[in-house]
Design a protein around this ligand. Sequence first.
Ligand code: 6PG
Length: 242
Amino acid sequence: MNHPRPQFLHFADVEAAGNAAAHEIARTLIDAVEARSTATLVLAGGSTPRSIHARLADHESSPPVPWHLVHLFWGDERCVPPDDEAGNYAMARSSLLDRIEIPPGNVHRIRGELRPSDAAARYDADLRRHFGDGRPPAFDCVMLGMGADGHTASLFPGDPLSDETERWVGTSDGLNASPPVPRVSLTLPILNAARKVVFVVSGAAKRRVVSEIEEQAEGFRRYPAARVRCPGSTLWFVAADS
Ligand code: 6PG
């Protein structure tokens, strides 16, 4: 893979990292709309991504983010109903969607209320309807978090889904996750087709894994997050504190 090496940007705290990441994402969306009259953003689950969503909702930029021309997708979803706070859609609803003007047709949620395999099939069909059926879609920006075990989206270490090379969407039993519920997730082929990936990572518990990935320490590729490396830029916004 000759994609550029990921760039790691370190910040003293989650406030600084969050502001910088939100600015990067906003700029990316504005530039994409200027270039192609539309933009695609993949949202992530978790508390660090949640803080980025809120900053995006409040983001003051000139020009502002043209949300009416942005299509939102998810990197993964817990298999729970859309109004269940454990779900990434419900989290995005409260932290971003309810605070911006975006047409409902631009919001492409994963239907967590369905059986995992049905939810994955529906999401795959939605992606192909939006991007076409050929090569994996090149999202303008994919936001990702990382767990202390090096998982990202719902690609967990040792889970066969993390080694998927063909399918765009798959399922995981999520038994080692928190909450331990089945998941639907984009796979590495899609994450690694993006124009830009923005990791947002905070917390002392992740520091060792981040440095192993940054230094490409022996065995670092066992972490699914370490295998995300897109043709455009793969940026890690890392906050030292929790
Ligand atoms: C999920 C996320 C997951 C998350 C990381 C980081 O559905 O849980 O997709 O990959 O981004 O676990 O979460 P925190 O920022 O809360 O540690």
